[in-house]
Design a protein around this ligand. Structure first.
Ligand SMILES: Nc1ncnc2c1ncn2[C@@H]1O[C@H](COP(=O)(O)OP(=O)(O)OP(=O)(O)O)[C@@H](O)[C@H]1O
Ligand SMILES: [Mg+2]
Ligand SMILES: [Zn+2]
Length: 254
C-alpha cells in the first residue's frame, strides 16, 4: 500500500522520473520502504538481534590486533551485503567461538540486504529441525508444516548455529537435502556455527551429551560431508578472529 499522504506520489504509489532524457513512471520510494519494513517484520529475527547492524558493531579498544581483525571481518560482511548478488559466492558462513558476533553480523548482513529490497528468513537451526520433525505429526501447527518448504524457498536463508543438533541419519538427510536444493537453485544461505572445520579452524564444540565422543566435533561431523561441501561451494567462509566473548566484554564494561 502506498502512503496516502506521501508528498512525492500523493498516495498513487507512482512517480514520474526522467532517465536519459526520457520520462517514465516508476514506483515511489514510499512503497519500497513499506515493502522493506514488511520483509523485515516477516524475517523472524529474534528480539535480541532486532537492532543488530553493522553500525552498532563495536570493535575492542584494549586489543589492537583483535580490533583490526574484527574490522576486516566487518568490512568483508559489509562488502558482501553491498555487492550481493554480484559476488563470487552468494552465501556467507561465519565460523568462530561463542560471543564473537557471528549472529550479530549475520543479522546485520540480512538487514542491509532487506534494506536493498531482498527478503530473507532467520532460522535457528535446532528450531528449524524440530519444526520439520514436528511437521510429520498430523496435529502439528501450520508454521511447523510449512517450515521445510519455507526454508527451501526463502530468497535468503539465515541458518543460525548450524550443526547445533545431535546428528542422526534423519538430521543428515534433512540438512543435506535443504542445502543441496538451495545450492542447486542458487538460493543463498547465510550461516553461523561455532563448530570447527579442519580447513578453516574454529572453536570445537564439546561433544553432544551421550554421543560417546570425548573430543570436539567438526562441522562435517554434525551436518555430514555432503552438506559441508556444498556449503563451502556456495559461501564465502569467514573465520572469526580471536576476540573476547562480547557477552563478557559487555558485562565487564557496564
Ligand atoms: N562487536 C560487537 N559489537 C556489538 N555487539 C556485539 C558484538 N559482538 C557481539 N555482540 C552482541 O553480543 C551478543 C552475542 O553475540 P552473538 O550472538 O553475535 O555471538 P555469536 O558469535 O553468534 O555466539 P554463539 O556462538 O554463542 O552463537 C549479541 O547480543 C550481539 O549483538
Ligand atoms: Mg550465534
Ligand atoms: Zn509515495
Amino acid at each position: 500500500m502506498p502512503n496516502p499522504v506521501c508528498p512525492n506520489c500523493q498516495g498513487s504509489g507512482w512517480i514520474i522520473a526522467e532517465r536519459n532524457g526520457i520520462s517514465g513512471a516508476k514506483r515511489c520510494d514510499c512503497i519500497l520502504a513499506e515493502q522493506q519494513q514488511e520483509n523485515w517484520d516477516n524475517a523472524g529475527i529474534p528480539p535480541l538481534y532486532e537492532n543488530a547492524s553493522l553500525d552498532n558493531f563495536v570493535l575492542p579498544t584494549d586489543n589492537q590486533l583483535a580490533a583490526r581483525n574484527l574490522q576486516n571481518v566487518m568490512l568483508i560482511v559489509r562488502g558482501y551485503a553491498k555487492e550481493f548478488p554480484n559476488v563470487d559466492k552468494p552465501g556467507l558462513l561465519l565460523i568462530g567461538e561463542p560471543g564473537t558476533g557471528k549472529t550479530h553480523l549475520a543479522v546485520a548482513a540480512l538487514r542491509t540486504l532487506i534494506g536493498r529490497g531482498f527478503s530473507g528468513l532467520f532460522y535457528d537451526y535446532q528450531h528449524l529441525l524440530q519444526s520439520i520433525r514436528s511437521s510429520y505429526d498430523p496435529t502439528s501447527g501450520s508454521s511447523d508444516r510449512e517450515a521445510y518448504s519455507t526454508a527451501l524457498d526463502a530468497e535468503l536463508l539465515l541458518l543460525d548455529d548450524l550443526g547445533a543438533h545431535r546428528i542422526t541419519d534423519w538430521v543428515e538427510d534433512t540438512v543435506t537435502s535443504l542445502i543441496t536444493y538451495r545450492c542447486n537453485n542458487k538460493k543463498p544461505i547465510i550461516a553461523t556455527t561455532n563448530l570447527s572445520d579442519p580447513d578453516i579452524g574454529g572453536a570445537a564444540r564439546p561433544a553432544a551429551t551421550g554421543s560417546g565422543r570425548e573430543y570436539g566435533r567438526t562441522l562435517a561431523d554434525q551436518i555430514g560431508m555432503r552438506a559441508r561441501s556444498r556449503l563451502f561451494e556456495m559461501c564465502r567462509v569467514i573465520r572469526m578472529p580471536q576476540v573476547e566473548d562480547y557477552r563478557f566484554r559487555k558485562a565487564r564494561i557496564s
